[in-house]
Write a protein that binds this ligand. Structure first.
Ligand code: HEC
Ligand code: HEC
Length: 290
């Protein structure tokens, strides 16, 4: 570069670049800048060796430390699982009815159960467990199949009328559209509406039809039968509805409410946790009534 000329004012060699008479001086880079620059290059090389860096066709180089954000998440999950292992084992071993005696275990079960409920149950039973048409309210003390802890856990574990679990709770109301005449069904609709308001289940022509066709499952007094999940027809609580149109539809075509078997998808600790959670929502029974 000795052929480059020197700047008259500073005496520094120029690079030879010139714009409108302004020339670029060829000053050396500041030393601190240069060393920082080399350090970043060295850092870059070391980083790409240690950590995931170079993109390949379907993935990227893994780096010798084998670090990944996914691995980090997995590690944290494993740590949480380990911290929970003790109490989850206790939850699985303890008799369900005895869980409330152990305050720590009960509060763990209720909290874990609430999380399970939000994830797996709320889409059918509602986020507050208030239920919807065809999906029972789990806050009240009206139970189709049973409200003691063991019974709730059984319902959750095996489900209802599903085809996946041979131990699922099962029953089937006949479609009376094939059995009775339309006028008889209309009479029964009136009769059932009367029963819900305290009417005598055996009175009149409706009572006769009721006792002959319905009492086997809904009971002579109409209070339902848990062995077959038949609802109580004498309260004002309806699973499907108490208006004339809905009752006509229910009695003509029957219903077939299906709930999945959660024992096939959740582990036993989660089943017990969510059963404990549901039980303490308000309607839980200590033992099944006689
Ligand atoms: C796909 C919808 C669906 C989901 C999800 C679901 N259920 Fe249900 N569940 C039902 C239906 C439908 C019934 C009523 C079946 C019947 O008519 O007997 C029911 C009934 C119940 C009962 C019986 C209530 C009684 O009166 O005896 C309990 C307890 C229950 N569910 C708890 C749960 C829990 C806990 C979960 C979450 C782990 C859950 N359900 C998830 C649909 C569902
Ligand atoms: C074999 C047993 C069985 C017989 C017989 C039977 N039911 Fe049912 N009934 C059930 C079951 C089980 C349910 C709940 C169905 C479900 O949730 O899928 C039900 C549901 C109902 C409901 C819905 C209640 C609600 O809360 O919405 C009405 C109403 C009803 N039955 C009326 C009758 C009448 C009237 C008769 C006689 C003509 C009758 N049932 C005969 C088993 C029976």
């Amino acid at each position: 570069m000795s052929q480059n000329k020197k700047d008259d004012v500073t005496g520094v060699e120029t690079t030879g670049h010139e714009w409108d008479g302004i020339e670029e001086l060829n000053n050396p880079l500041p030393r601190w800048w240069l060393w920082t620059f080399y350090a970043t290059i060295a850092w870059g090389v070391v980083y790409t060796i240690l950590f995931p860096a170079w993109p390949l066709v379907n993935s990227a180089t893994a780096g010798v430390l084998n670090w990944s954000t996914r691995g980090q998440v997995a590690e944290r999950i494993a740590a949480v699982d380990e911290a929970r292992a003790g109490i989850e084992a206790r939850l699985v071993e303890t008799d369900l009815a005895a869980i409330p005696e152990d305050e720590e275990l009960h509060s763990y079960a209720v909290n874990a159960g609430a999380a399970v409920f939000r994830t797996h149950c709320s889409q059918c039973h509602g986020s507050g467990a208030q239920g919807a048409k065809g999906y029972p309210n789990l806050l009240d003390d009206a139970w189709l199949w049973g409200g003691a802890r063991d019974e709730i856990a059984y319902t959750v574990r095996h489900g209802i009328r599903n085809e996946d679990d041979p131990d699922a709770r099962y029953s089937q109301m006949p479609a009376f559209g094939d059995i009775l005449a339309d006028e008889e069904i209309a009479t029964l609709v009136d009769h059932v509406q009367g029963m819900a308001q305290g009417g005598d289940p055996a009175a009149g022509p409706g009572g006769e039809l009721y006792q002959a066709n319905c009492a086997a499952c809904h009971g002579e007094t109409g209070t339902g039968m848990r062995e077959v999940g038949a609802p109580n027809l004498t309260d004002a609580i309806w699973l499907y509805g108490g208006d004339t149109e809905t009752l006509t539809e229910t009695i003509t075509n029957a219903r077939f409410g299906v709930m999945p078997a959660w024992g096939l998808r959740l582990d036993e600790a989660d089943v017990r946790a969510v059963a404990t959670y549901v039980h303490q929502l308000g309607g839980g029974e200590e033992t099944a009534p006689e």
